[in-house]
Design a protein around this ligand. Structure first.
Ligand code: AMP
Ligand code: FE
Ligand code: FE
Ligand code: ZN
Length: 276
């Protein structure tokens, strides 16, 4: 198989714009054969996507993107091949979705104090059944005419360090690695280009299984650099478009930023070896 492999995408079960079915169709249209779905704190898209994937000849790799905290920095960890319905993992995902909801309520409270006209119900309407996040708040602000653009919402109000910003409750990376491995999956540092190299080294020491080498935010030099680290520390490699769709206007990344089946094979081999 030599089709495109995209291991980092989001659906409407987190902050992505498209339903699992729409995402599968879009992936098919750009020549993707293997699709990792990695919603934030949510595995709910996987079963549905797997079914639609079968219809369209796309293999779906179960994944999830978990937010962790290291030295006050938000570190995203991607998990692949986790067992669906693993009780411990599910318990954490439910806890984090509940914490996200409480945080959205705090952010809306701050926005109201700042004089913006928005209610939590406006946000939940955007989030539907998904893990509620700042993108939903940005969309709600835009639709209520409180900001001129999606990005203005972040830059003026809800971006990191802005007046209505609120932190999320996070796991430590070590706890995330353990939960992921105990659920039969593999852990990866997502988009390492966003973090200092020292943090990446700490995550390697803490036992992460691999690094996301290919990501739209990475330059060719960074891709070479992270691949070098993968080889040096005998880690696994992953890669994908981090496609969300909708207001992000990142459609161009889908089918353009991708990896190949060798990286998936290496993951399967590692899992076989772990279970031997
Ligand atoms: P949350 O998980 O609720 O903290 O939301 C994080 C999401 O918000 C990420 O997936 C980002 O894509 C998006 N985001 C964070 N900061 C910004 C920003 N300054 N501009 C646009 N999007 C952002
Ligand atoms: Fe996201
Ligand atoms: Fe991320
Ligand atoms: Zn992502």
């Amino acid at each position: 198989m030599n089709g495109k492999v995209d291991l980092h995408t989001h659906t409407s079960f987190s902050d992505g714009f498209h339903s699992p079915e729409e995402l599968i169709k879009k992936a098919k249209a750009v020549g993707i054969e293997v699709l990792g779905i990695t919603d934030h704190d949510n595995l709910a898209a996987i079963n549905e996507a797997t079914e639609f994937g079968k219809q369209f000849g796309i293999e779906v790799i179960p994944g999830v993107e978990i937010s962790t905290d290291l030295k006050d920095k938000e570190i995203h960890i991607l998990a692949y091949f986790v067992e669906l319905g693993n009780p411990e993992l599910e318990r954490y995902l439910i806890f984090f979705r509940e914490e996200r909801l409480k945080r959205a309520e705090r952010i809306v409270g701050k926005l109201k104090t700042l004089g913006l006209n928005i209610a939590i119900t406006d946000v939940l309407e955007k989030a539907q059944n998904s893990a509620v996040g700042r993108p939903h708040i940005a969309q709600a602000l835009l639709e209520k005419g409180q900001v001129g653009s999606y990005y203005e919402a972040f830059n003026k109000y809800i971006g990191n360090g802005c007046p209505a910003f609120e932190k999320k409750v996070h796991l430590s990376p070590q706890s995330a690695f353990k939960i992921i491995n105990d659920a039969g999956g593999l852990s990866f540092v997502a988009h390492p280009g966003y973090m200092p190299e020292a943090i990446l080294k700490e995550l390697i020491t803490a036992g992460v299984d691999g690094i996301e080498v290919i990501h739209p935010s990475h330059s060719p030099q960074q891709i070479r650099f992270y691949r070098g680290i993968v080889n040096e520390y005998f880690l696994l490699e992953s890669g994908g478009s981090d496609f969300h769709g909708g207001k992000r206007e990142d459609d161009a990344n889908l089918g353009k930023v991708y990896t190949n089946n060798n990286v998936v094979e290496a993951m399967r081999q590692r899992l076989l070896k772990n279970s031997a």
